[in-house]
Design a protein around this ligand. Structure first.
Ligand SMILES: [Zn+2]
Length: 176
């Protein structure tokens, strides 16, 4: 059986430069870094994706990511940080283990996270927004338990023109 490389790193069969470790999570320096300080955070147990983590583990991994970002920023003195997490081969997941990349960024560096903006009709925009808003209702019910914050209604959503949103936030295709 061929072992997962990140399981190998977690149980120290594969050497790595560890920059953080607790009972359940580990962070190492990427051996093929996009920039100095490029860190990979992952659960020590084999988990294919975030969907294999329970809520407490999910909270912990993103809490650790937040602290790692803060420290990598202070240590490398970078201008910014990208958090890159890919789910599935189509998205660029190359290992069968959940890993989160923390990439320090500097103005004019050689890192590019790109896409070509797609043309979507206003009708399609609204349709997908409505579907997602509906699907996402159960999140707000769970997340906003005490606060009872006002959630955008479907009526309000219809008033927003996607074209206006695009004009407010012009996006360079090669950098975001
Ligand atoms: Zn693994």
């Amino acid at each position: 059986m061929e072992e997962c490389p990140f399981c190998g790193i977690a149980n120290k069969k594969i050497p790595s430069l560890v920059v953080y470790e607790d009972d359940n999570f580990m962070a190492i320096l990427d051996i093929r870094p996009a920039n100095k300080g490029h860190t990979i955070l992952f659960p020590k147990k084999h988990k294919t994706s975030i969907f294999d983590l329970n809520n407490s583990e999910t909270n912990k991994i993103f809490y650790i990511a937040k602290q790692l970002i803060k420290n990598v920023k202070a240590t490398t003195n970078c201008d910014g940080v990208n958090l890159v997490y890919s789910i599935g081969e189509a998205a660029g997941q190359r290992v069968p283990h959940m890993i989160i990349h923390i990439i320090p960024r500097n103005k004019g560096d050689k890192v590019a996270i790109t896409w070509e903006p797609q043309k979507i009709s206003e009708e399609e925009f609204k349709k997908i927004a409505e579907e997602l808003l509906k699907a996402n209702k159960n999140i707000s019910e769970k997340v906003i338990e005490e606060k009872k914050e006002k959630i955008i209604t479907e009526e309000e959503l219809k008033k927003i023109k996607p074209a206006e949103i695009i004009e407010i936030e012009p996006r360079e295709p090669k950098y975001w």
